[in-house]
Design a protein around this ligand. Structure first.
Ligand SMILES: [Zn+2]
Ligand SMILES: [Zn+2]
Ligand SMILES: [Zn+2]
Length: 349
């Protein structure tokens, strides 16, 4: 692959999972910045916070008390955005699909990774993270089996910059009746690719990346973490299972431990990249749970971190809101910096 011509000149790259183009303008990274400088708050030092609604034994806002849990804890969100058993109604005012609405059933859950208020994924042991992977797999299978649930979206928002007000290590699961927009785009792209080439989009992409090597961050026997060729976020990472698998369910215990291992290593590298508690939104994209076989779907996870330097964040404004995603330095440079970051967890974050 010859990227020489693209390295310093503005170009656009195709995201084959969504069909969107990303504008890459390497020279723009040299521009002076007089805008907002972020202060990134670190994780808390207290192992238990009496005011935290996720800590064991504490009272939540709706009056329910958390059990004195010792590892993971899952509960239905007290202020869920999605609820099951709602009446199914739809409107199409004028019949031309101009003013359309439908009721959407679903459920929202919270998964606490640990009873410890001060832990983060990189600070948890492999065994503890593997316990969280087991919960994700169980929830995916359990929620996905419900007739009203056709997609199970799990995501973690980490850091105040990503709107996470509670440092207690946790993620959310929003499971709903329809396949949401992003998985829907990826569904259509993966199905179209399979129809056209008779193979899996991400299996083929993995081969390209294994050959190129320059965008790989780290890997183990079962998973590979890379900065995708089409990355829009400065240090975006795509985590792909090395073996074709449509979701969590077929993973063996050793593959689940391998997933825990790669999550710990990627998030540790993130913290070490700028020596800061690195904010991100991450989430898994397993196959839809709509009863279809989905041979085209390849299990993966996305990390979308907003920082482009220790105190500088990427803003999604202007051109990005109105035209297309854009990035400054190349994904290859981002991958190199992440490769150079240590996998040794530091005590201060
Ligand atoms: Zn807590
Ligand atoms: Zn595949
Ligand atoms: Zn995806």
């Amino acid at each position: 692959m010859d990227l020489e011509h693209f390295d310093r000149l503005t170009h656009r790259r195709l995201n084959p999972l969504t069909g969107e183009w990303v504008l890459v303008s390497p020279k723009r990274a040299e521009r002076p910045w007089q805008g907002q400088v972020e202060s990134v708050t670190g994780p808390t030092a207290v192992t238990y916070d009496p005011a935290c609604y996720l800590c064991p034994g504490n009272l939540r806002a709706n009056g329910v008390r958390n059990p004195d849990y010792g590892s993971t804890f899952v509960f239905t969100n007290d202020f869920a955005s999605l609820e099951p058993d709602i009446p199914q109604r739809s409107i199409d005012e004028g019949g031309r699909a101009l003013v359309v609405a439908e009721n959407e059933a679903g459920t929202c859950k919270v998964v606490c990774f640990s009873p410890r208020h001060d832990l983060t994924l990189p600070r948890m042991s492999l065994k503890e993270i593997a316990g969280v992977v087991d919960v994700w797999a169980d929830e995916y299978v359990g929620l996905g089996a419900l007739p009203c649930i056709n997609y199970v979206q799990m995501f973690e928002n980490r850091g105040e910059m990503m709107g996470c007000s509670n440092p207690h290590p946790h993620c959310q699961i929003w499971a709903n009746q329809t396949i949401p927009s992003q998985p829907r785009l990826e569904q259509d792209s993966q199905a179209a690719y399979r129809n056209r080439h008779g193979s899996c989009l991400l299996c083929d992409y993995l081969q390209v990346e294994r050959r190129a090597g320059i965008r790989i961050v780290c890997k183990n026997d079962s998973f590979l973490a890379l900065v995708p060729f089409w990355a829009a976020w400065p240090f975006e990472v795509l985590l792909i299972s090395q073996k074709h698998s449509r979701d969590f369910a077929p993973f063996t215990p050793s593959e689940r431990t391998a997933l825990a291992d790669i999550l710990k290593r990627v998030t540790t590298r993130y913290d070490n990249l700028f020596g800061t508690y690195f904010p991100y939104s991450m989430g898994f994209h397993p196959a839809p749970t709509d009863g279809e076989p989905h041979p085209e779907w390849h299990f993966h996870a996305h990390f979308y971190p907003p920082l482009r330097a220790a105190t500088l964040r990427k803003f999604v404004v202007g051109y990005e809101l109105l035209a297309a995603p854009q990035r400054d330095f190349t994904p290859e440079l981002a991958a190199r910096k992440l490769r150079e970051a240590s996998e040794v967890q530091q005590d201060r974050f």
